[in-house]
Design a protein around this ligand. Sequence first.
Ligand code: CAA
Length: 256
Amino acid sequence: MRFVEVEKRDNIGIIRINRPDKLNALAPEVLEELEIAVDDMNDDPQVRAIIITGTGKAFVAGADIKYIGTLDEEEGYRMAQFGQRVFSKIENSPKVYIAAVNGYALGGGSELALACDIIVASENAIFGQPEVDLGIMPGWGATQRMTRKLGQGWAKYLILTGERIGAQKAYEIGMVQKVVNHDNLMDEAINLAQILASKGPLALALSKEAINRAFQLGDFGFEYEARLFGRTVGSEDKNEGVKAFFEKRKPNFKGR
Ligand code: CAA
């Protein structure tokens, strides 16, 4: 692929957006390649945790502004749906996605990070939703995911002001889970991915599913959690996990 690199190491997948001359802006071709990469990771039974990062000084500086300039209303709607579809494949994947944010994560880049389960940021990372400065609004999920993750106050502040914030501020408001030294970003992300890949895959997938649906389900969320809990308790992974605990060894999970 031209704009997206894919790498696999043991049980870990790495997706790298690679269009550094345009700060990894997600033009349609880049988004198409990202979708192919995500589909491939989701379908590969060997891969248990996936890292998304960017080449150069940006994670992703947003959707491609040049392309947006050419669109009419209907085309804008389709563009939003396309990005939403790709990002939902990340959010709804049974596997865990880590955004390793190496620099600018603006507009669609911030939305891509928010679609991931965990955000690890370089101390140099900059987050923001600057769409209002272009006279548009976010279209790849920020109004929904940022509101769910950070609450209405911060979602409104960031989306309505377009203010850019650094990694430390993003950590303080709960957007980022870990801020690390820039040079250690990928080592830290890989280390976290290895920890996640060592856990019961079914347990991770179903925990993620229940958390994702927490806002949709209201009180039924507890019933839903209980059902999914039952599925993990009835799994081969549980038998292995409990056996390994008493045998004082690492479990060998199969994801079923
Ligand atoms: N789309 C297209 N091209 C972009 C881009 C984008 N989002 N962001 C940067 N570029 C291009 C620049 O035009 C420039 O290209 P040329 O070398 O051909 O001139 C190149 O990348 C390098 O960028 P800068 O020279 O601007 O780099 P900088 O270091 O001076 O500034 C920046 C960095 C502050 C991130 C600045 O590039 C910037 O503000 N980018 C736009 C960020 C933005 O508004 N993102 C939101 C896009 S809309 C969106 O994402 C909607 C949605 O929800 C789906």
